[in-house]
Design a protein around this ligand. Structure first.
Ligand code: ZN
Length: 244
């Protein structure tokens, strides 16, 4: 895992404005997520936040990132389109992307999915039960059949996403809704994992099983550099009869 270079991107606005969130995440959610990855043995983990120049996602940073994780909520529109395009190109070129919780509405996730990515939601401190529906998948490694988060925001179907290539996790909420919580995609050469939990007022990113899922997700979306893909006009591999 030492060879996987991870950048944890956080919007980092709620923590600065809402004392309730600052109390749960005094160092910011991005640092809690980074800390979880380090505890899982990832040694090359850096963070980047919205208010840094270029949102902390310069060409140099992205070119040295194998896996990017994304948490945003209140300021999706403040993310510059040029940076979104830069991230999308890196995903197409093979960088792994993990989109967390309210990142479902980020410009980058919507750009990669091509749908509204809208959903139902409710903040009512309710229990979430996450079911592993694809236990043989690498993202399910070390997880029990199901696990609970005592309090979370509800996200409910329909979640307007393209059908995932693989659905690994499915959530049930106390209020009765269900939600596709762990969705795997490939776009271009890059792998994408969407993982639902992580509302800013709950300590979800300190939960050991949530941290396990994110660590598994990093291992799954990571791909070693593959041969460069060639596009455009191409010479025939054999002499064509019409050329003789
Ligand atoms: Zn939320």
């Amino acid at each position: 895992m030492d060879n996987i270079r991870v950048t944890v991107w956080g919007e980092y606005r709620h923590e600065k404005k809402n004392p309730k969130v600052a109390e749960v995440y005094p160092q910011g959610m991005h640092n809690a997520i980074a800390e979880g990855l380090k505890a899982h043995g990832f040694s090359s983990v850096r963070t980047a936040t919205l208010d840094e120049p270029e949102h902390g996602l310069t060409e140099e940073v992205l070119n040295n990132t194998d896996v990017l994780t994304w948490w945003g909520h209140t300021a999706h529109d403040d993310v510059q389109d040029a940076i979104v395009e830069r991230v999308r190109q890196r995903v197409w070129d093979g960088m792994g992307l993990i989109v967390l919780h309210s990142g479902h509405f980020s410009k980058i996730f919507k750009a990669l999915m091509g749908t509204s990515c809208d959903l139902k939601w409710r903040e009512a401190d309710e229990r979430e039960r996450i079911w592993v529906v694809e236990p043989g998948h690498p993202i399910a490694k070390g997880l029990p059949e199901a696990f609970e988060l005592d309090q979370e925001e509800m996200y409910g179907e329909r979640f307007d996403i393209p059908a995932p290539d693989t659905l690994v996790l499915l959530s049930w909420f106390q209020g009765g809704e269900v939600f596709r919580s762990g969705c795997c995609y490939t776009r271009g050469k890059g792998r994408i994992f969407y993982f639902r939990p992580g509302h800013e007022t709950y300590p979800t990113y300190f939960n050991p099983l949530v941290r396990q899922v994110i660590a598994n997700g990093v291992n799954w979306v990571y791909q070693p550099a593959s041969p460069k893909v060639v596009f455009g006009n191409a010479k025939p591999r054999e002499v064509l009869p019409q050329a003789k």
